[in-house]
Design a protein around this ligand. Structure first.
Ligand SMILES: Cc1ncc(COP(=O)(O)O)c(C=O)c1O
Length: 419
């Protein structure tokens, strides 16, 4: 009998192939999941999310007792996933009113929710204040004016100020946010005036600086450079270092480990800012990217010049390949092997709707269940209903049990807003 087969390390922790070659995630057979919940579907391995949350908390706790790990909700703003992270004791940052509503429903303590945004509406600010969020992260002077104006009586709101530190980390330009010329935050020359303005306000309690230099960052030096830049603005009680740690999307990708990332950030703050500064960190991608696989069904296999394997999802459930040229692995759920070089394409009316170019599959056929691992970050959150696609469900799997966290969209859902 053949031995159980090894899987690519980008699959959720605990995933494996049976001796017959069937993929198992969270103890559940992937083909059975496709049958029960339909495709496309996001399948989240609960133990993977928990393990990564614990790894972040333990890595900080081993180095400092003045820290807080926030989940950047934008990476996977589904109540079921947020609730897992709330239960692990994480705090949460939200980038708008919708994410705030999800974080509240998931059970985060409002005092440990933090509101971001470079274009916050008055409504979003009011909702954050009404909820009692811990920090509003001020991005521009309009934020300052609006927040002050809506705070009732002698209410005081905790705030941080977002700084653009002039540090450009190597990543896709669309997710590089720390350079000197960016739409996010105040650059170093504008920051002192804004800080003075906030400090002069009796309604705003400035608790520290915030910086987020970008996402899918694979080197550690830029995080230290960002901390060094912040020291030019004075001393503060806390610093929020944003997120940014990259994830492994295909075998061979080697992002820093959680341990290495936390070590780099804590060491930078302790050496450059001092021992007593509280460190807030906001990982998104690194907490959830590898927790999830997407299941698709093959609808057609076509040989033009190349071979096109077309599935029932695509840019409606995973925009990252189209936005950033992001790469994904592709596997069949019930067998391994190769032999057919092909492109895995989506069902949408764009030639660019290609999930993965030049992959090898073993004689893919209509009806096969295809799996793309590492789709937990920014897949669900950027999902859309292009071509009337029904947005995919989220299924949480653990110990062989599967639970629906978000149901599939219906035509009624889509038409409900037409008046
Ligand atoms: C302000 C802020 N914090 C945290 C994050 C999370 O980043 P990542 O998912 O790369 O960890 C983002 C995402 O871009 C962000 O904009």
């Amino acid at each position: 009998m053949a031995a159980a087969q090894d899987l690519s390390p980008v699959f959720p922790l605990g995933s494996h192939r049976t001796r017959q070659g069937r993929l198992v995630v969270g103890g559940c057979d992937a083909v059975e999941l496709a049958r029960e919940f339909g495709t496309p579907a996001y399948v989240v391995a609960v133990d993977d999310v928990r393990a990564r949350a614990r790894a972040f908390v333990e890595a900080f706790a081993a180095r400092t007792d003045r820290f807080e790990v926030h989940f950047a909700a934008k990476a996977f703003p589904c109540v079921g996933v947020l609730a897992l992270l709330a239960a692990e004791g994480l705090a949460c940052d939200v980038a708008g009113g919708g994410e705030l509503a999800a974080a509240l429903r998931a059970g985060f303590d409002p005092a440990r929710i933090h509101l971001h945004g470079n274009a916050k509406s008055e409504r979003e600010l009011a909702e954050a204040v009404a909820a009692g969020v811990g920090h509003v992260v001020l991005d521009n002077l309009e934020d300052v004016e609006r927040l002050e104006a809506l705070l009732p009586g002698d209410a005081v709101q905790g705030v941080q100020i977002r700084i653009a530190p002039g540090v450009t980390a190597a990543t896709h330009p669309a997710i590089s946010t720390g350079g000197p010329n960016t739409k996010f935050g105040f650059n170093l020359s504008a920051a002192p005036v804004a800080i003075a303005r906030i400090e002069a306000s009796p309604k705003l309690a400035l608790e520290g600086l915030h910086v987020h230099i970008g996402s899918q960052i694979l080197e550690l030096e830029p995080f230290r450079d960002a901390v060094a830049a912040l020291t030019r603005l004075g001393r503060f009680n806390s610093v929020n270092l944003g997120g940014g740690l990259g994830a492994a999307y295909v075998e061979g990708d080697r992002p820093p480990t959680i341990e290495e990332y936390v070590e780099a950030k804590v060491a930078a703050v302790r050496e450059l800012m001092g021992e007593d500064v509280r460190i807030l960190d906001e990982p998104g991608r690194a907490l959830v990217a590898n927790s999830t696989v997407t299941l698709y069904s093959v609808e057609s296999v076509k040989h033009n010049v190349d071979t096109y394997v077309a599935v029932d999802g695509g840019m409606s459930d995973n925009l990252r390949p189209m936005l950033y040229g992001a790469r994904y692995e592709v596997h069949l759920a019930d067998r391994t092997g190769s032999g057919t070089r092909c492109h895995l394409v989506g069902k949408h009316c764009e030639s660019g709707d290609v999930i993965a170019y030049d992959v090898e599959l073993a004689d893919p056929r209509p009806g096969d269940v295809v799996v793309t691992p590492a789709t937990g970050a920014y897949g669900f959150s950027m999902s859309n209903s292009y071509n009337g696609a029904l947005r995919a469900p989220v299924v949480l799997v653990s110990d062989g049990r599967a639970r629906l966290a978000v149901r599939r969209e219906t035509y009624e859902d889509q038409l409900a807003r037409d008046v």
